[in-house]
Structure formats: C-alpha cells, structure tokens
Design a protein around this ligand. Structure first.
Ligand SMILES: [Zn+2]
Length: 137
C-alpha cells in the first residue's frame, strides 16, 4: 500500500506542475500586437491605432484583463499607443489641492485625466491581489 501511495504522489505533483495558464495564447497575441502598436506609434499612428484597438478587443472577447499601467498607454477612444511627443501631449496640472495628469491624444483629440490623490492605491499594487504566479520558460 505504501508503495502505491508513493507512486501516486509524483503523478499528482506532475499534474499540478503542468497546469496550463488560462488564456496564455491570447496573452501572447495581445503582447505581440501591443509591441507592434508601440513600434508603429511614431511612424504610422493609424496602424498603431488599429493594433491597439485589436489588442483591447481581443482582451474583451476572451475576458482577460490588461495591467492598468499597460492599459493606460492605449487611447480610450481610438486605441493608439500614447507615445509622449509623437501621439500624446502630457500635461501635469497642480493647482491648490487639485492635482492631475492630463494625457491628450493627438490622433483623435481625446483627453484623459489621471487624478493624483494620496490615499488612492490600485488593487493590483496591493500584495493581497496576487493569488498565483506563473513562471514561463
Ligand atoms: Zn486617440
């Protein structure tokens, strides 16, 4: 009986190690499209907007979330990668207690404000938000 238990344990561990990451191929495709959008942002903003919008729509369709730091670099309206100096103008407003960063998209004209408040913290910056970490070769 003891020998059977020993044989079963390695199989269980092996099964646990080979657990696939949900949506890995989709994440890889989104990563590739994001990099393409980044490369095209200074040369061809139209192509960058197409790739950025495709990245966001793929994430929406497969219900996968982008990290806020990455998501904020894509324009909300047209999807162009907001590259300061090429496709975006960034202004830092500080007046009394009101502080925010305004990002204007030069491709479509959409502007987005990111408010700076001392107590605000993103959920992903909290260590309690990490449930499981995947390591890829
Ligand atoms: Zn835009």
């Amino acid at each position: 009986m003891a020998a059977n238990n020993e044989q079963k344990q390695p199989q269980h561990e092996k099964k646990k190690q080979t657990k696939p990451c949900v949506g890995r191929e989709t994440f890889e495709r989104m990563n590739y499209l994001y990099q393409a959008a980044m490369l095209m942002s200074d040369k061809s903003p139209h192509l960058s907007a197409y790739y950025g919008k495709l990245t966001k729509s793929i994430g929406k369709k497969s219900v996968l979330r982008m990290e806020p730091a990455i998501k904020r670099t894509l324009c909300v309206r047209c999807g162009v990668l907001l590259n300061p100096g090429y496709t975006a103008n960034i202004t830092d407003y500080r007046w009394k207690k009101l502080c925010y960063l305004q990002v204007d998209c030069t491709h479509c004209g959409f502007s987005k404000r990111f408010y700076n408040s001392k107590n605000h913290q993103l959920w992903l910056d909290n260590p309690a938000s990490v449930i499981e970490r995947f390591e890829f070769d």
